[in-house]
Design a protein around this ligand. Structure first.
Ligand code: ATP
Length: 253
C-alpha cells in the first residue's frame, strides 16, 4: 500500500487465495454495486480466462491476476479502448520498474522477448447507451520459472527472462498509479490522446502479420494504428484494411 499513490484505483482491494477467475468475481462484486477503482487480486486462478473462451494460466503465488472495476460515463463503444489504456499503463510501469523492453502486441497482449508476458481482458455490462460497469482484468507472469508444456514456447515471465525475482506488490501499485492517471486523461480526451504511445510501444508495426478471424484470414503488413485504436494492415494485393480488435488474432511472422 505504501507504493500506491492513487486517489481511488486500488483503494479498495478484495484479495483471494484461489478463485475461478478474477473477472468472474469482479462481475459479481460490480453487480452488487462495488465502486469504481475496486480491485480484485488472486494468488491463483483455476479458470483464468483469455479472449474467445481461451484459457489463461495463473499458477499459485507467482503471477499477478487482477481485475479492476470501472464505471465511466462514456459511450459503450469506447469501452474496448480500456484494453489499450491498461496496456500502455502496464508497459510504462514495467519499463520504469525493470528497464526491460516490454511492448504491446495489438490488441491485448504485452510481450517481452517476442513472448507473451501479460494478457488483458476487458468486459462490459451496459443498457442501451449507458455503461453499468466495465471490468478489466490482467494476467501478468512475474516469478514463474517454468510454464506448462502447452504454453512454454509462447510464454515468458519477468523471472524466466532475467533470473530476477520481482515483488508483485510493487508492480501492482505502479500499474495502478499509471492506470489512474491515463484513465482520467482517456475519459476526457479519448483514445486518440494515446496514439503516439500505442505506436511507439507496438511490436507489430512494420511487421508482416497474419490476421485470423472466424470466417476470414489474410496476410499483410501492419502499417499503422488508426485514431480509434484499430490496426491498419496493407494486404499483399495492396488493399488497405482496418482491423477492429473484436474477435481477431494477429500473428507476427
Ligand atoms: P493469440 O495470442 O492466439 O492471438 P489471444 O491474444 O486472443 O490469442 P489471449 O486470449 O489473450 O490470447 O490469451 C490466451 C492464450 O494465451 C492461450 O490460448 C495460451 O496460448 C496463452 N496463455 C495462457 N496462459 C498464459 C500465460 N500465463 N502466459 C502466457 N501465455 C499464456
Amino acid at each position: 500500500k505504501d507504493y500506491l499513490l492513487t486517489e481511488y484505483m486500488g483503494r479498495k482491494i478484495f484479495y483471494y487465495n484461489s478463485v475461478t477467475s478474477t473477472n468472474i468475481i469482479a462481475k459479481e462484486l460490480a453487480e452488487n454495486g462495488l465502486e469504481e477503482g475496486t480491485v480484485i487480486i488472486a494468488e491463483e486462478q483455476t479458470l483464468g480466462k483469455g479472449r474467445m473462451g481461451r484459457k489463461w494460466s495463473t499458477p499459485n503465488g507467482e503471477a499477478i491476476a487482477m481485475t479492476i472495476i470501472l464505471r465511466p460515463e462514456i459511450s459503450p463503444f469506447m469501452a474496448p479502448s480500456i484494453t489499450p489504456i491498461l496496456a500502455v499503463s502496464a508497459v510504462e510501469a514495467l519499463r520504469k520498474l525493470t528497464g526491460f523492453d516490454v511492448k504491446i502486441k495489438w490488441p491485448n497482449d504485452i510481450v517481452l522477448d517476442s513472448k507473451k508476458l501479460c494478457g488483458i481482458l476487458t468486459e462490459m455490462n451496459s443498457d442501451m447507451d449507458m455503461i453499468n460497469y466495465i471490468i478489466v482484468g490482467m494476467g501478468l507472469n512475474v516469478n514463474q520459472e517454468n510454464f506448462d508444456d502447452e504454453i512454454k514456447e509462447v510464454a515468458v515471465s519477468l523471472k524466466s527472462f532475467s533470473g530476477i525475482n520481482f515483488k508483485r506488490k510493487i508492480i501492482i501499485a505502479e500499474i495502478l498509479n499509471e492506470f489512474e492517471k491515463n484513465y482520467e486523461i482517456f475519459k476526457v480526451k479519448g483514445i486518440s490522446e494515446f496514439l503516439d504511445k500505442l505506436k511507439e510501444y507496438s511490436v507489430l508495426l512494420g511487421k508482416r502479420v497474419k490476421v485470423i478471424s472466424i470466417n476470414n484470414s489474410f496476410e499483410g503488413e501492419a502499417i499503422d494504428i488508426d485514431k480509434d485504436g484499430s490496426l491498419i494492415v496493407k494486404k499483399d494485393n495492396g488493399e488497405i484494411t482496418k482491423v477492429l480488435s473484436g474477435d481477431v488474432s494477429v500473428r507476427g511472422m
